[in-house]
Design a protein around this ligand. Structure first.
Ligand SMILES: [Zn+2]
Ligand SMILES: [Zn+2]
Length: 135
């Protein structure tokens, strides 16, 4: 009985299911992933055997490839949220962890491309933490 994961985009037009297990979970700090996310790193789950099924909005999903590279990002063209993609080169299904609405029951495998991280991305675990928004 494979795991069934469910996800959606920010506007809710795109919904999907993924049946199967994830094998890797990488936090990638490379410059392209920082552009993709506008943040310190991407957080992507990888699977070589899981099956992706679009439940709605598949036509809204666009995949952009950085010219001259294998770096791709799929997103909802309505709201811009990161969406899963089947790699064009390679057998991996790549799923942005934040796109999932069901629990992610595994720890990240590793931080990768740390040599390329943002200049402010150092010792973030020691930065003050608030449970909610700043008042
Ligand atoms: Zn959307
Ligand atoms: Zn990256």
């Amino acid at each position: 009985m494979p795991s069934l994961h469910k996800g959606s985009c920010q506007c809710g037009a795109v919904r999907f299911e993924i049946a199967g297990e994830f094998e890797h979970f990488f936090l990638c700090h490379c410059g392209r992933c920082r552009k993709d996310t506008g943040s310190a790193h991407a957080a992507n789950l990888f699977s070589s055997q899981a099956n992706l099924t679009w439940l709605s909005g598949e036509k809204l999903v666009k995949t952009y490839r950085v010219p001259g590279s294998r770096h791709e990002k799929s997103f909802c063209t309505e709201c811009g949220a990161a969406m899963p993609r089947q790699q064009t080169d390679g057998a991996m299904l790549v799923v942005p962890a934040g796109s999932l609405d069901t629990p992610v029951n595994r720890r990240p495998t590793a931080h990768i491309a740390m040599a390329d991280r943002a200049d402010w991305d150092n010792g973030l675990e020691t930065v003050r933490k608030l449970e909610g928004m700043p008042g």
